[in-house]
Design a protein around this ligand. Structure first.
Ligand code: NAP
Length: 684
């Protein structure tokens, strides 16, 4: 292949003008593609995203967007061999490509699932419970999230051309926001291929995704306060872009993932001969060499007890000696080249800087075997290990990032020093700790967590299932303070909310119920005319309320419940002991007895559309129930979530149990599954 990359602009593939820059194959230096975005109208690109893409996406509910992500993930899985075939040109081995391609697609799957499980089948996302702000509850408040009305501009790094795009795209689309993706030039050909397949699938609505291969031109001049920038790359570029006058004057949301001198700490207990020592050597070696060390999360600083620094250096050197460098398509190879010759030259330069204060222990040179490739033409670099004997007073090891298979051992004398060394990195994306001493783990975590976005503590019990130091997961936040950019991505639904606006809405409970589609205390409650359990999902309305008959709780009931369940806790069985408890005046009913009696009061026993009770949320026993008290339940349809295609929806019921004085004794949400009209008709 040797062609010009396309730009996906306003749902059309167009080529930039001029010849563009040549992109080369990392393995043999041969041209792969030309890249240019010259001549594109960047204002139009933004306009299309906002006007067409945003409008199309916002028409869908969170669940529909989740379904869309799943369909896309399935489609990309079917085409993944094409991506693998091209991925080796970036220098990636099969294992590296798996992280990039399968890892990226799995992010779509995870966000699809999370969106449908953790978000409502609606257009508005409620942020926590309502806030009580008036004495009588007629004026209340609810925080909500709605999609921003602009575009998400994604500027990605070269090291993960697929994952880097998909990890940003999944939460963006789930939020209902269109994306404009700008991949790093050197590996943009792989991103472009994936976008071609996404576009051909027809799964995303018009305007949801546009691609710029090359410079972003004057795009930033047209940004406004509804746009979001998510940047991954060097600190230098992030700082430059963050200072753009539009970003500043329009307060454009800017999240940055930048350089990171990630550390891994070997605990003082993890001496040679322990499983933790062996696990450490294996993980550091893997982190140094996977993706040829071009991972933002790779271990750059190896913080190890001074007493065993020699053994650590020796064990790492022999492990690195087993790494076979060469053509990533050759199955014997476990480390490919860097992404480009330019990148290799830069890493060389950084190693030279690091060597001013650290001793070269392994690698660093040009004399090494390369399998199935020409060492002169490819961007190969040897795994390189350094030793910084005085890390507390060295500056370079805490400031110079060699974005390649390069790492430095930093010895420490005590935990305080280990903590100080970790902090000297100035903020990172990920830190790991290898120890089987949980006191050490706690001290290190509390001493350093404020400097890191993600931390993993590895010991013999969890290592086999560990996802690894360098693997960001869609469920967990990815980002870090300081040098790491101060941004945050993913972290499950947290990552979706970055593309939405949080607004505090104040008004009457009735109005807020109508806006958020979740019943708020004080809003209307209607008698539906029939028992609400006789209504199908569609027939039920938010606010439909059942007020039950009453039932008295007797001492015999409490005694019987204690014997029947075996819950003979003294507060239910011993009058004298119970009275000594500051909360009770004598024997009281079990909380679960109250719940059971409540269910007996509100349940409609006959075969009906309510299919199952799958739990309760937010259960509180507000007041003790003494024998002789009388219970009554008020059950109100609070929220409905249709599970499309299943024949049912989830219905949440606000449930309040009160005593004869009208005091609430128990409060909780009952969760049920209720048949849809169609399903109910099919079984009757
Ligand atoms: P870079 O030069 O900062 O490039 C990053 C991205 O910014 C590329 O897409 C690049 O496009 C674009 N860019 C550069 N100048 C721009 C400008 N004036 N306007 C708009 N876009 C611009 O970074 P790099 O050297 O390629 O990447 C390596 C660095 O990224 C390393 O330092 C590494 O630590 C960091 N990184 C961080 C993470 C993370 O998640 N934190 C992940 C990977 C890499 P072009 O390629 O077209 O110049």
């Amino acid at each position: 292949m040797n062609m010009k990359l396309g730009n996906l602009v306003q749902d059309q593939w167009i080529f930039g003008s001029g010849a563009g820059n040549v992109l080369t194959n990392a393995v043999d230096g041969e041209p792969v593609a030309h890249i240019t975005s010259d001549g594109l109208d960047f204002a139009d690109i933004l306009h299309h995203a906002r006007r067409v893409g945003g409008a199309n996406l916002r028409r869908l509910t969170f669940h529909e967007r989740g379904e869309m992500l799943k369909a896309l993930a399935v489609y990309l899985m079917e085409h993944k061999q094409e991506f693998y075939a091209l991925s080796s040109a970036t220098g990636a081995t099969r294992a590296d490509s798996w992280v990039d391609i399968d890892g990226g697609i799995s992010t779509l799957f995870v966000y699809s699932g999370k969106g449908r499980r953790e978000m409502p089948n609606d257009h508005v996302y409620l942020d926590g419970p309502p806030e009580q702000i008036s004495k009588n509850g007629t004026f209340t408040a609810q925080h909500i999230f709605t999609p921003k009305l602009g575009a998400a501009v994604h500027i990605n790094a070269f090291n993960f051309p697929c994952w880097g795009m998909l990890e940003k795209l999944a939460p963006t689309l789930l939020a209902g926001v269109p994306a404009i993706v700008k991949p790093a030039s050197s590996t943009a050909y792989l991103t472009e291929l994936m976008v071609r397949r996404i576009n051909a699938s027809g799964i995303l609505p018009d305007g949801a995704l546009q691609l710029i291969c090359g410079s972003v031109g004057d795009l930033f001049d047209h940004l406004n306060c509804q746009d979001t920038i998510a940047f991954t790359g060097s600190k230098k570029t992030a700082e430059f872009l963050q200072q753009h006058s539009k970003v500043v004057s329009e307060s454009v949301a800017f999240t940055a993932e930048t350089d990171s001198l990630n550390a891994s700490i070997l605990g003082p207990d993890a001496i040679p001969g322990t499983p933790e020592f062996d696990l450490y050597i294996k993980e550091v070696t893997r982190e140094m060499t996977s993706k040829a060390g071009q991972k933002c999360t790779a271990i750059r600083r190896i913080i190890a007890p001074a007493a065993i620094a020699g053994e650590v250096l020796e064990a790492l050197s022999s492990a690195l000696a087993n790494i076979r460098i060469g053509n990533p398509q050759n199955e014997d190879v476990n480390m490919g080249p860097l992404a480009s010759q330019g990148q290799r030259d830069e890493v060389r330069q950084r190693v030279a800087e690091l060597s001013q204060e650290s001793k070269l222990i392994y690698g660093g040179g040009d004399d090494f075997a390369v399998i199935d490739a020409n060492a002169q033409k490819g961007a190969f670099f040897m795994p390189t290990l350094l030793h910084c004997e005085k890390p507390l007073t060295s500056a370079t090891v805490h400031s110079v990032e060699a974005f390649g298979p390069v790492s430095t051992v930093l010895p420490y004398d005590n935990l305080e020093d280990a903590i100080e060394l970790s902090r000297l990195g100035g903020g990172s994306l990920a830190q790991s700790i290898f120890t089987n001493d949980n006191k050490v783990a706690r001290e290190l975590v509390l001493g350093t967590a404020a400097y890191h976005g993600r931390m993993l503590v590895i010991n013999r019990n969890c290592a086999a299932e560990s996802t690894g130091h360098g693997s960001p997961l869609p469920h967990l936040v990815h980002g870090g303070p300081g040098r790491a950019g101060g941004g945050e991505e993913m972290g499950g639904i947290r990552g979706v909310l970055h593309y939405m606006q949080r607004t505090a809405i104040q008004g009457s409970p009735e109005t807020l119920t109508a806006i958020g589609h979740r019943w708020i205390k004080g809003a209307d409650q209607r008698d539906p005319g029939v028992h609400p359990f006789r209504k199908t999902f569609e027939q039920l309305e938010i606010g439909d309320t059942l007020v039950t008959d009453s039932r008295q709780v007797t001492l015999d009931d409490i005694q019987h419940f204690a014997e029947f369940t075996g819950d003979n806790f003294y507060a239910h069985t011993d009058e004298v002991a119970a009275a000594k408890n500051p909360f009770f005046e004598g024997r009281v009913a079990h909380g679960y007895l109250i719940l059971s009696f409540a269910a007996g009061l509100f349940v409609d026993p006959d075969f009906g559309p309510v299919l199952a009770n799958y739990g309760v949320d937010d259960l509180r026993f507000a007041k003790p129930v003494n024998y002789g008290d009388t219970l009554q339940v008020r059950l109100c349809c609070k929220q409905k979530t249709l599970r499309a295609g299943t024949g049912y929806g989830e219905v949440r019921w606000d449930s309040e149990v009160s005593n004869q004085n009208g005091d609430v004794v128990a409060q909780y949400d009952v969760l049920t599954m209720v048949a849809t009209d169609e399903h109910w008709a099919s079984v009757n």
